[in-house]
Design a protein around this ligand. Structure first.
Ligand code: ZN
Length: 142
């Protein structure tokens, strides 16, 4: 059994993992995580709708965290990990852990896709999971 680290962050469905964001119906601005109101100062309407965001993007920037993540993202087996800023297009960049790639193989501009990462598993087999970005290998063979 998998339990999301927070409600409303991502959805797991037939298409895989998708982040849940909001889109302004008036000015089309996308937000992640979800926001209660459009922050575009030029926008007058500000009515928002929930949308599933693209599950693929490119690495815009990243940093390597060499300290334990905050309590919400505590991991069973902790080691330094990369936190990426991923460009999903449409003017939207989101932060997420980078998984399945050695720290010295991370490259700005690399193609990424969304995945799930298990943070902890308790004695009953329940896992706390969060979203993470992994290399999009389908791009390597295109
Ligand atoms: Zn707006």
């Amino acid at each position: 059994m998998q339990i999301p680290v927070a409600e409303g962050l991502f959805a797991v469905n037939g298409a895989g993992v998708q982040l849940i964001g909001t889109r302004c119906c008036s000015c089309d601005t996308l937000y992640f995580p979800q926001t209660p109101g459009c922050r575009n100062p030029l926008c007058r309407d500000k009515q928002l709708e929930q949308v599933l965001l693209p599950d693929r993007g490119t690495l815009y920037s990243y940093t390597v965290q060499r300290y334990q993540p905050p309590a919400l993202f505590a991991m069973d087996a902790w080691s330094p990990y990369a936190l990426g800023l991923v460009d999903l297009g449409h003017g939207l960049r989101v932060m997420g852990m980078l998984d399945d790639v050695p720290l010295d193989k991370i490259a700005i501009g690399m193609a990424l896709k969304l995945s799930l990462r298990t943070l902890t598993t308790d004695e009953n087999g329940q896992s706390r999971v969060t979203y993470a970005f992994v290399p999009d290998t389908t791009k390597d063979h295109a």
